[in-house]
Ligand binder design. Structure first.
Ligand code: DON
Length: 315
């Protein structure tokens, strides 16, 4: 993204989209199965884009923090690959599940190996990898520091009330963890792996911070602001490929069809999207569609990608 004309066009697009989203009345439903998330006002909408040449453009409620939930799985996948490399793929698959994010049905047929790292079962295995013999609080601290490092912002924190709310009601996640433990695919006590999982899902960020955190994925593994390599270009491409194929659960095909870029959603209503070589972006609107992905967030990214011709399939 270079030139003032292109930046002006992007700025105008973000403002137009935020205005349009403010008028929408059908905003989806806020997740209530984690009681603390059910308290969020569905009226919010924020969007931020961090371009590869260091600009950050925002519109709407881009400075309000929200629970990033499953978007955190992009960061734990990055760390788990850094920790054990391709051995990870012995414990987690790389195929879309075609099932809801908290489904247990494939696990029995597939011997406790989750379909991909972004469904809950897969992310609980990632948390188990990151425990690596440490205390849960050390692994949680490592994940939080990684996100702070990516954004160069140590004000980012974990919302302890959200983590506690999820633990208190996370019966399905306990079922998934215990089931995988029975197959030998968790190496630590399920409650410890889940402790890490619940806490990284409860990281609170705003759209601006999230867009900044995704820059390395849009820029061949390197943070464009510092020039520091976070991961190899090949690994960045592979994580982005998994975001495209699995990042929206049983709505992944539809998101790829409509938006055409790698993205990762969370039940807090956020979506992180990356346009390789151009920008990373974050959108937040708490109301969810039937697949548990942000309803207006998906629509906004579809509008933005179309207007800027940002599909990865565009010539
Ligand atoms: O485990 C859960 O249910 C939540 N912590 C995360 C789920 C989630 O964000 C699914 N995303 N759309």
């Amino acid at each position: 993204m270079t030139g003032t004309a292109a930046v002006g066009e992007l700025e105008q697009a973000l403002d137009d989209i935020a205005c349009e989203m403010a008028t929408r009345t059908d905003r989806g439903n806020v997740a209530t199965y984690i009681p603390q998330l059910g308290r969020i006002n569905a009226g919010a909408f924020g969007i931020a884009v961090a371009t590869h040449d260091g600009q950050v453009l925002t519109a709407g409620d881009a400075e309000l923090t929200f629970s990033i939930q499953s978007i955190s799985k992009v960061f734990t996948l990055t760390l788990a690959l850094g920790s054990i490399g391709d051995q990870l793929w012995r414990r987690v698959g790389r195929e879309p599940s075609g099932n809801p994010f908290n489904s247990i049905i494939q696990l029995e047929h597939e011997n406790g190996i989750p379909r991909n790292p972004f469904i809950n079962a897969g992310a609980i295995v990632l948390a188990d990898v990151l425990l690596g013999g440490h205390e849960p609080r050390e692994a949680i601290g490592e994940i939080l520091r990684f996100v702070q490092f990516l954004t160069d912002d140590d004000t980012i924190t974990i919302d302890a009330a959200v983590a506690a709310s999820e633990r208190a009601t996370g019966f399905r996640n306990f079922a998934l963890a215990n089931y995988m433990k029975s197959f030998g695919n968790l190496h630590h006590a399920p409650e410890h792996s889940l402790g890490v999982y619940f806490h990284h899902c409860a990281i609170a960020m705003n759209c601006r911070q999230l867009a900044l955190a995704g820059r390395f994925l849009a820029n061949g593994g390197t943070n464009p602001a510092t020039g520091f390599s976070v991961i190899s270009a090949e690994r960045a491409r592979r994580i982005a490929a998994l975001m495209l194929t699995c990042g929206h659960y049983d709505g992944s095909g539809d998101f790829a069809f409509r938006v055409g870029i790698p993205g990762k959603s969370g039940v807090g209503g956020g979506i992180l999207g990356v346009v390789p070589g151009i920008a990373s972006m974050a959108v937040w609107s708490p109301g969810l569609n039937e697949n548990g992905n942000s309803k207006l967030g998906s629509i906004a990214l579809e509008m933005l990608a179309k207007r800027m011709n940002w599909s990865i399939f565009a010539p």
